[in-house]
Design a protein around this ligand. Structure first.
Ligand SMILES: [Zn+2]
Ligand SMILES: [Zn+2]
Length: 387
């Protein structure tokens, strides 16, 4: 255990977290904040084809030396540029891809539209994932842009680093893992459990899953599933059945039978609860946060102090609720400034900081490279074991 808790750092500067000196602050962030790639590997990542084709990317690369386009854009020429930009902003992402193919003049107009420009510039992988998931027709440039510029998860106040595709909303890893709202439905279950038809479902935003391994349970799915938001399915089902009263009557009869059959253990393959535990992650893809004030993109950082706290608290995880509180804390994401504020209340991060300075006599201005040279084989895993 750290014996340095509460003691002064060895450099004599008296600094303890949170510190204000820029170089120490930068060192603290590099030690205690990191983006967990292992979380991103549980969800839908970018897949070929990219959002822009190779030809489009080449055209974009050759944009500068080319003469100004002279080919007209038909009836659209009657509109001022401001209005065309407005049209681009509120068009769906799939229509925009088609519009860009009209001619070079149209492509320049689309690419100059500010919200679209930011999407292409900052989240090409998210766009690529949406294209692979056959979901670009459901969401407008503006919807995705607004979501990109919102930091918080739509279901809690934490920073969200994922896009939940069926509703184009931002969510955090913890909510993706456990919030009932973020449990998608596959087509057959949507029809059976809510009494809707394929025609009704065709009017609801949806996405197609990509074969791969998903979720904390790391389940491989070779088939592609069309996934729907359960909330949207319920709304459509109420309209389809002719209102709340008729829908509730259906739920008490046929709906009840369907739910009983649904809850029976599967005789072959994986069980429905296990399937849906990982299906949640099929419907999400990484989405960094774009801060409009600073024009900076944030991918989110977790606190190593909180992660160490989880490892040290394993013996306390006697009940599900205690375990979930501890697990939830270690997966919480922050932007740099907020993480630094968090250090002020994170005892484990403070203990680690003191430990690093006093027990190992590491100066606050010592770089990570110097630390490695001073202590060959240094790694965070080693550090965890030493605690
Ligand atoms: Zn959340
Ligand atoms: Zn912490």
């Amino acid at each position: 255990m750290s014996s340095a808790s509460g003691s002064s750092p060895a450099n004599g500067g008296g600094d303890s977290l949170p510190i204000t000196d820029p170089s120490s602050r930068s060192l603290a962030l590099s030690w205690f904040g990191y983006h967990p790639a292992e979380f991103d590997e549980t969800v839908l990542l970018k897949h070929a084809p990219p959002y822009l084709t190779q030809r489009e990317a080449t055209q974009a690369a050759n944009e500068e030396p080319s003469p100004s386009p002279v080919t007209p854009i038909g009836e659209l020429s009657r509109f001022p540029l401001e209005l065309l930009s407005f049209i681009v902003q509120f068009a769906d992402l799939q229509s925009i891809s088609v519009l860009r193919l009209v001619n070079r003049r149209m492509r320049l107009i689309v690419d100059d539209s500010i919200p679209y420009k930011f999407l292409i510039q900052h989240i090409p992988d998210t766009l690529s994932a949406l294209k692979s998931a056959d979901a670009t027709q459901h969401f407008t440039v503006d919807e995705l842009y607004v979501t990109l510029c919102r930091k918080s998860c739509a279901f809690c106040k934490d920073m969200g680093t994922y896009l939940w595709i069926p509703e184009c909303v931002r969510c955090c890893f913890n909510c993706l893992n456990e919030t009932p709202h973020l449990m998608p439905l596959i087509e057959s279950d949507a029809k059976t459990l809510f009494g809707v038809t394929k025609k009704v479902l065709s009017d609801i935003p949806s996405m197609l899953s990509i074969p791969g391994t998903y979720g904390m349970v790391e389940l491989y799915h070779g088939r592609r599933f069309r996934l729907y938001s359960q909330t949207r399915v319920v709304q459509a089902a109420i309209a389809h059945h002719g209102g709340d009263e008729s829908y509730n009557a259906w739920l008490e009869t046929d709906g009840m039978k369907a739910r009983v059959a649904f809850s029976r253990p599967s005789r072959r393959g994986i069980s429905k609860p296990t399937f849906y535990l990982s299906a949640r992650f099929m419907a999400a893809t990484p989405l960094p946060y774009f801060d409009l004030a600073t024009r900076k993109l944030h991918h989110g950082l977790v606190c190593r102090g909180c992660q160490i706290a989880m490892i040290r608290s394993r013996h306390l995880m006697a009940t599900h609720s205690v375990a979930m509180t501890i697990i939830r804390k270690q997966a919480r994401m922050w932007v740099e400034d907020n993480l630094f504020e968090h250090f002020g209340e994170c005892k484990d991060a403070q203990d680690m900081w003191d430990f690093m300075h006093e027990a190992r006599n590491v100066s606050v201005d010592m770089s990570r490279e110097k630390t490695e040279a001073w202590l060959p084989g240094f790694s965070w895993l080693w550090f965890v074991y030493e605690l």
